[in-house]
Design a protein. Structure first.
Lengths: 549, 169
C-alpha cells in the first residue's frame, strides 16, 4: 500500500516556486536559438555567423531580463510559459535571419543588375526590434499587473480589472476589426484587407482584437453562463436555448460573417467564431452550444461560397481542393479554371500588348504611367479584363508543399534548403520553411511546443479561482491553439489557406506584441492561481488574522 | 564543411530540439508528482507545521523521511492531540470516521467552531483521506485548507475548530 503514498502526498502539496526550472528551461531555449544560428552559419560559410552575436545575443539578454522580472513579480508563475515562448521566438528569429541572408543577396544582385527588388522580404533586424518591443511589453505587463486579491489597492491593474469594462472592450474590439475596411487607413494586401497604416508602420489590428474579444466574451459569459447552461427546451438529445440567450451568438455570427465579407478573410472569421463557440462551451459545459455553433458556421461558409462577389473565398476553397490548375496563375470563369500562367498564349499576348502600351506611354513622355503599366501582372490583367473572371495563383501554396516534401522526415538542415523560393516564406509560410529545413521531426517539436503552451494556459484556467479569470485564461489559450491550427492547416493544405500569422515564428510586429502580451497575462494569472492561499497566522478564533504576503 | 559533418550537425540540432521538449515535459511531471527537491522542501515545511500547536501535550512524531517508502504499514490509530477530547484514541479499522458535533458522528466534538457534520476520514487505496463535508469554519491539513479530499501524511495534524487530530502508527 505504501509504495505510491509518497507520490500521492506530493501530488496534493501546494504549488512550489519553480524559478529554477524556468531558468534551466530558459537556458535550454537559448542554447536552442544559438545552435540554430550556429548551424545556419556552419552550413552556409563553414564558420560561426556574425548574426549569432547580434541576434542570438540580443535574444539572450532580453530573455534574461524577462526571467528576472518574472521571478521578482510573479515568482509562482507557471515555469513553462516563458521558456516555451522564448524558444519559439528564437527559432523564428533564426529562420528569418537565415532567409534574410538569401533574400538580401538576391536584393544586392537585383540592385546591381538595375532591376527592381523584392518588396516583401525577410527582415532579421526588424524582427529583432519587434522581439525587443514584444518582450518589453511582456516585462511591463508582468510588472504592472497585480494579483486579483490586491485589486482594492489604488491604481492597481489586475487581469480582472478588464471585467469592469466588458462592453467597452467589446466595442473597441469591433472597431479594431473594422479599421482595415476604412478607406484611407486600411489597405488590401494579397487579397485580404487586414492591415492599417500608422505612419511608417503597418499594423494588423486583428491580432490585438483577438485578445480584446477574449476579454469581452469572458466578461459576457460570466454573467450569462448560468442562464445559458440551465434554461432551455429539451428537443431530442440536445436542449435548445431560449431566444434571448441565442441572440448574442447570432450577433457574433453576423459580425464574423461581416468580417468575412468585408475583409475577405475566412481564417479570421473562423478564428473569432471558433473562439466564441469554445468559450461558450467552457462557460456552460453544454455540447448543444457547440453543435449550434458549428451548424451556424457551416451555414455561413455555405452562404459565402454561394455569393457571387465572394470570389476570393471561393477561389481559396477551389485552390484547396485542387491547386494544380492555378499554378502560376489561373482564372475562374463560369466555374471553370482557365490557366493564365506564363506558358499560355493568352499570357504571352497580353504581355506583348502591355509592353506596347508602356512603350507608347514612354514615347509620349509619361514615364510614371509607363512604369505602372510594366508592373501589371499580365496573367491578372488578361483574366480580369479579357476573360472577366477571378484571378488567383496557387504557386505559393504549392511551393510551400514542395518545400515540405523536400524536407521529408529529417529536413535538409538549417541553411541547406531553399525555403526562400516560397513567397512569404518568412511570415505566412514560415511553417513550411521550417518543414523544409527541420523536417517532420522538427515540425513535431514546434507543434508540441505550441501544445505545451496551450496546455499550460488551460492548466492555469483550471487552477484559477475566479470564473472570469477561468474563462479569460481558457479563451486566451484556445485562441492561440485555433490560430496555430488555422495557419498550419492552411499551409499544409488540410484546410483552405488563409493569411494568419504563426504565433511567435512569423515575421511581424503586431503578432509578436500581441502574443507576448498574451503570455504575460497567462504568467500573471498562473502566479495568481498557483501562489499559496492566504494562511491563518493564529490557530483559533472567529476572527482570523490572515497574512496576504 | 563535409556532407557528413553537416548531417551530424543537423541530427544534433534535431536532438537538441527534442531534448528541449522532453525537458519541458519533465518540468510538468515534476509539477504533478513532485521532484526530489520539492519533496525535500515539503519535508522541511512539514516539520515546523507539525510542532506548531504550543499547548500540545506531546510532540508529534516527525514525519518519516521519503513519505513512507516501504515497511511498517500505514497508521493504525487516530489520536486527538488538542481540544476538549484530547487524549482520545480511535482505532483505524478501515471504516470511515466522521467528525462533528452531531451525535451520530464517530468522533463527537463539543466545539463551537465545528459544524454538525464537519469532516470525514476514510481509507482509499491504502491511504487515509480527509474530506471536508462543507463545514462553516473549514478543515485544515497542516496549514493547508482542505478544499478537496486530501491524503493525510503521517504526523501532519488535522485541525477541526479547536480540535487537532493526528494519525499515528
Amino acid at each position: 500500500m505504501v509504495t505510491s503514498l509518497g507520490e500521492q502526498i506530493r501530488a496534493h502539496l501546494p504549488y512550489q516556486r519553480r524559478n529554477a526550472a524556468t531558468a534551466a528551461l530558459l537556458i535550454f531555449a537559448m542554447v536552442l536559438t544559438l545552435s540554430a544560428f550556429a548551424e545556419v552559419g556552419l552550413a552556409r560559410d563553414g564558420k560561426i555567423p556574425s548574426g549569432l552575436f547580434l541576434y542570438g545575443g540580443g535574444l539572450v539578454v532580453l530573455a534574461i531580463i524577462a526571467f528576472l522580472v518574472q521571478s521578482k513579480f510573479a515568482p509562482y508563475a507557471d515555469p513553462l510559459l516563458l521558456p516555451l515562448a522564448v524558444a519559439l521566438n528564437g527559432l523564428g528569429l533564426a529562420m528569418i535571419y537565415r532567409l534574410d541572408l538569401d533574400t538580401s543577396k538576391d536584393r544586392i544582385t537585383a540592385a546591381q543588375a538595375g532591376k527592381k527588388f523584392l518588396k516583401d522580404a525577410a527582415d532579421a533586424p526588424g524582427q529583432l526590434m519587434w522581439t525587443f518591443v514584444g518582450i518589453a511589453l511582456f516585462v511591463a505587463a508582468v510588472a504592472i499587473m497585480r494579483d486579483t486579491d490586491k485589486s482594492d489597492a489604488k491604481l492597481s491593474f489586475t487581469p480582472k480589472t478588464a471585467q469592469r469594462y466588458t462592453y467597452l472592450i467589446g466595442l473597441s474590439a469591433i472597431i479594431l476589426l473594422l479599421l482595415p475596411v476604412v478607406p484611407g487607413i486600411g489597405s488590401e494586401i494579397n487579397g485580404a484587407r487586414v492591415w492599417i497604416h500608422i505612419g511608417p508602420f503597418s499594423v494588423q489590428p486583428g491580432e490585438f482584437a483577438k485578445l480584446l474579444l477574449v476579454v469581452f466574451f469572458a466578461g459576457y459569459l460570466v454573467n450569462k453562463r448560468q442562464a445559458m447552461s440551465l434554461i432551455g427546451k429539451k428537443v431530442g438529445p440536445i436542449s435548445l436555448p431560449r431566444a434571448r440567450d441565442l441572440g448574442p451568438i447570432l450577433v457574433i455570427w453576423f459580425l464574423c460573417l461581416g468580417v468575412l465579407f468585408m475583409q475577405k478573410d475566412l481564417g479570421t472569421a473562423l478564428l473569432y467564431f471558433g473562439l466564441f463557440v469554445s468559450m461558450i462551451y467552457i462557460a456552460t459545459q453544454r455540447v448543444s452550444w457547440v453543435m449550434i455553433g458549428v451548424g451556424l458556421l457551416a451555414v455561413g461558409v455555405f452562404i459565402a461560397t454561394m455569393l457571387p462577389f465572394m470570389g476570393h473565398v471561393n477561389q481559396r476553397i477551389d485552390i484547396w481542393r485542387d491547386p494544380g490548375p492555378y499554378f502560376d496563375g489561373g482564372c475562374l470563369v463560369n466555374e471553370k479554371v482557365v490557366p493564365v500562367n506564363p506558358n499560355t498564349d493568352i499570357y504571352k499576348q497580353t504581355k506583348e500588348a502591355l509592353e506596347t502600351r508602356a512603350a507608347q506611354y514612354e514615347a509620349q513622355g509619361q514615364a510614371a504611367k509607363a512604369k505602372s503599366t510594366r508592373l501589371i501582372e499580365p496573367g491578372y490583367y488578361a483574366c480580369t479584363n479579357q476573360l472577366k473572371g477571378d484571378y488567383s495563383d496557387s504557386a505559393q501554396l504549392m511551393k510551400g508543399l514542395f518545400a515540405l516534401g523536400q524536407g521529408g522526415v529529417l529536413g535538409t538542415g538549417l541553411g541547406q534548403g531553399q525555403p526562400w523560393r516560397t513567397p512569404l516564406s518568412f511570415s505566412d509560410f514560415i511553417f513550411d520553411s521550417m518543414g523544409e529545413e527541420l523536417g517532420l521531426t522538427g515540425l513535431m517539436v514546434i507543434l508540441l511546443v505550441y501544445a505545451l503552451i496551450v496546455q499550460r494556459g488551460m492548466k492555469t484556467a483550471v487552477a484559477a479561482r475566479d470564473p472570469f479569470l477561468k474563462l479569460f485564461a481558457g479563451g486566451v489559450s484556445f485562441v492561440l491553439a485555433l490560430q496555430v491550427f488555422v495557419i498550419v492547416g492552411g499551409v499544409t493544405r488540410m484546410i483552405p489557406l488563409t493569411g494568419l500569422t504563426t504565433p511567435f515564428l512569423s515575421q511581424g510586429g503586431s503578432s509578436l506584441m500581441a502574443n507576448w502580451i498574451l503570455i504575460a497575462i497567462l504568467v500573471r494569472m498562473s502566479h495568481d492561481a498557483r501562489k499559496p492561499a492566504p494562511q491563518a497566522i493564529q490557530d483559533e478564533g472567529m476572527t482570523q488574522i490572515v497574512s496576504t504576503r | 564543411m563535409s556532407e557528413f559533418t553537416l548531417t551530424l550537425i543537423k541530427l544534433a540540432f534535431l536532438a537538441v530540439l527534442w531534448l528541449f521538449v522532453i525537458a519541458a515535459v519533465g518540468v510538468i511531471r515534476a509539477d504533478l508528482f513532485g521532484s526530489k527537491a520539492a519533496a525535500k522542501a515539503a519535508g522541511r515545511a512539514a516539520q515546523p507545521r507539525a510542532s506548531r500547536p504550543a499547548k500540545q501535550p506531546k510532540q508529534p512524531r516527525a514525519p518519516r523521511a521519503g513519505g513512507g517508502g516501504g515497511g511498517g504499514g500505514g497508521p493504525s490509530k487516530l489520536v486527538v492531540v488538542q481540544g476538549e477530547r484530547a487524549g482520545t484514541v480511535i482505532d483505524l479499522t478501515g471504516v470511515p470516521i466522521t467528525i462533528g458535533r452531531a451525535g451520530d458522528a464517530t468522533l463527537v466534538v463539543t466545539d463551537d467552531y465545528a459544524s454538525s457534520r464537519h469532516a470525514r476520514i476514510y481509507a482509499q487505496d491504502g491511504q487515509w483521506i480527509v474530506e471536508d463535508l462543507g463545514s462553516t469554519n473549514g478543515t485544515y491539513l497542516g496549514r493547508t485548507k482542505v478544499t478537496r479530499p486530501m491524503p493525510i501524511p503521517p504526523g501532519v495534524p488535522v485541525r477541526i475548530g479547536k480540535t487537532v487530530i493526528e494519525l499515528r502508527k
